[in-house]
Design a protein around this ligand. Structure first.
Ligand code: HAM
Length: 420
């Protein structure tokens, strides 16, 4: 029996990986331009981090985590998202003692046990940033702008930002009471999970995927209509900053996000034409999270994560082509045993000079070597035969134009440097 990749996972093979390299290098570049530095945290963390960070009434923690006991009987979880691990590292490495804000980015695999479909996998990848150490809306504006700028640079500019404020503990206290009273009346028409969450974490009900629940709570009170004055000012100021930067957005009061750490700003970036999994980016502010997982008070933060697979699908849906840049510069075609032997030295010289080069490794005929060079889209070929070796001559062919010229083998590197 053939062994297949686990359900919900995908191989990224060379016909795809060059696109990933492109998206990753663009992401690195823009992060560096905005002053964000890379952070790498472990792929697994203690389960408690996500229970406390993401929240134990969320779908992620209740239904989707890859958790297991290790051989030392510790409960371990494969990262379902990036923020909690970054904040744990921020605290553990005392990064709060550095000049603030701390601006970090990451590109990571994440794991969620969800029903796989297009744009939804069990192992997927996130490109994310976290800006920690300031609660002013200017950082919120920068984070949203960075996301939009990145998407624009990779060729996607018809995306929309949906924006909301999910309040803070002050406004949520009164609001949650209002919500509980409203939901109590609906107890009979809500699903079991909503009824379970209605007391503990009533805002979660707004995020329920059950259509019947959604139909029954159409007039549910929303936090954006119940903000305290500080949250309202924060939200209004953010909108002013976004207007100043010409970033258009729509207010979507129903965004609550699937993670419990959000306070105030919550946003999503939606790609049109991607079907049900159209959210390419999700983010928001998480004031209080540092404290919740054992760090010092007063370290607010905001960030986002983009789903890399969804970015890829959006690029395809918009017919954005990514050019394959890692083509070989030259393929050496050899005729005869002596040429085959000498091709090792020529190959080494080319590679030493930073010219990507390859030769035949399958004892192919000359015709088949050319066919192969075509297939791998080598930019040039050079034909070397025993006779050519003797008089230091070879034919250099531009595979795109078909142009061919005689060169001295000893000057191959010099010639190619001129051409490439
Ligand atoms: P999230 O909305 O749960 O937020 O995930 C961010 C993005 O990851 C989603 O918008 C989506 O594009 C992608 N994504 C999520 N689940 C899957 C999946 N099963 N398959 C493919 N793509 C998926 C977070 O994870 C937060 N940590 C974001 C954040 C950072 N907030 C503040 N800082």
């Amino acid at each position: 029996m053939q062994i297949k990749a686990p359900r919900g996972t995908k191989d990224i093979i060379p016909s795809e990986s060059y696109k990933w390299n492109y998206l990753e290098s663009k992401f690195r570049k823009i992060c560096s331009l905005y002053g964000y530095e890379e952070i790498r945290t472990p792929i697994f963390e203690n389960t408690e981090l996500f229970q406390r960070g993401v929240g134990d009434t969320t779908d992620i923690v209740q239904k989707e985590m890859y958790s297991f006991k290790d051989r030392g009987d510790r409960s371990i979880t494969l990262k379902p998202e990036g923020t909690a691990g970054v904040i744990r590292a921020f605290i553990e490495n005392k990064m709060y003692a550095d000049a603030q804000p701390t601006k970090l980015f990451y590109m990571i695999p994440c794991f969620r046990y969800e029903r796989p479909q297009s744009g939804r996998q069990r192992q997927f990848h996130q490109f994310g940033i976290e800006a920690i150490g300031s609660d002013t809306p200017s950082l919120d504006a920068e984070v949203i702008e960075l996301a939009m700028q990145y998407l624009k640079e990779i060729g996607l500019d018809n995306l929309s930002v949906s924006l909301n404020s999910v309040g803070c503990p002050v406004c949520r206290k009164a609001y949650n009471e209002k919500l509980r009273n409203y939901l109590k009346e609906k107890a009979e028409v809500l699903c079991d999970l909503c009824n379970e969450r209605r007391e503990k974490n009533p805002m979660r009900v707004i995020d329920c995927k059950n259509e019947a629940c959604q139909e029954n709570i159409e007039d549910i009170p929303l936090i954006a209509d119940n903000l305290c004055s500080d949250c309202q000012i924060h939200f209004d100021t953010l909108k002013k900053y976004l207007d100043e930067m010409n970033i258009s957005y729509e207010i979507d009061k129903k965004i609550v996000r699937g993670l419990d750490y959000y306070k105030r700003t919550a946003f999503e970036i939606i790609a049109n034409g991607l079907g049900s999994q159209s959210t390419v980016c999700g983010g928001g502010r998480y004031d209080g999270l540092v404290e919740d997982i054992g760090g010092p008070a007063g370290n607010s933060g905001i960030g986002f994560a983009m789903g890399a697979e969804r970015l890829m699908l959006t690029l395809e849906a918009n017919n954005v082509e990514i050019e394959k840049t890692n083509r070989q510069d030259i393929f050496i075609v050899t005729i005869g045993d002596m040429a085959k032997l000498k091709s090792f030295a020529i190959l080494k010289e080319l590679r030493d000079n930073n010219i990507s080069a390859d030769k035949d490794h399958l004892d192919r005929s000359v015709k088949a070597q050319f066919k192969y060079a075509n297939k791998i889209q080598a930019k040039y070929t050079v034909v070397i035969g025993d006779d050519e070796l003797e008089n230091n001559q070879a034919a250099l062919k531009n595979m795109e134009t078909g142009e061919q010229k005689e060169i001295k083998i000893s000057e191959l590197v010099k010639e190619l440097k001129k051409e490439l």
